[in-house]
Write a protein that binds this ligand. Structure first.
Ligand code: AMP
Length: 145
């Protein structure tokens, strides 16, 4: 299974925010959209960073009184680890585990093709395992008959 299999079902919609918006705006967007990460995009829509729940926790722990003033651009992660649609899920799991991240933006050339979370990967692997189990059970029952 590959990232493209997840995106085919999930779609390529990605919720973004611009760097001048505040951490408070980001919290509102995360809650409204029921998600854990925002991609931060520049004026031409290019990816300039990522901002997740973890970043909010960090900010809240050190500057909880400033969430309405702090721009996302000041506290986002700039070096974004990305994947491509052809990446196998085993590879994506490795990347997420090694980098201790739960969100992977997917780029198709210069274009954002979507975002994959650790939850999406676990769900896809579970579905695949269930399918394989069914095939094996059908095969075993067929042989035993
Ligand atoms: P997460 O586990 O995804 O909530 O993110 C944990 C930390 O890693 C946060 O500081 C994020 O900004 C950062 N992070 C999350 N995803 C990525 C990514 N794909 N590339 C770089 N940093 C990331």
């Amino acid at each position: 299974m590959r990232v493209s299999d997840i995106l085919r079902k999930k779609g390529s919609e990605v919720v973004t925010i611009e760097p001048h918006h505040t951490v408070h705006d980001a919290i509102q967007s995360l809650v409204r959209n029921n998600i854990g990460a925002l991609l931060v995009t520049g004026p031409d829509g290019q990816l300039v960073g990522i901002f997740t729940e973890r970043d909010i926790l960090r900010e809240a722990a050190s500057h909880s009184d400033r969430l309405e003033e702090t721009p996302v651009g000041d506290v986002m992660t700039r070096n974004v680890v990305i994947g491509v649609p052809e990446d196998p899920l085993e590879y994506v799991m490795g990347i997420m585990t090694q980098n201790r991240i739960r969100h992977l933006p997917i780029m198709d050339g210069e274009e954002l093709a979507g975002i994959v979370s650790i939850g999406d990967v676990v769900n896809a692997c579970q579905r695949e395992t269930e399918f394989e189990n069914r095939l094996l059970k059908d095969y075993i029952h067929g042989v035993a008959r």
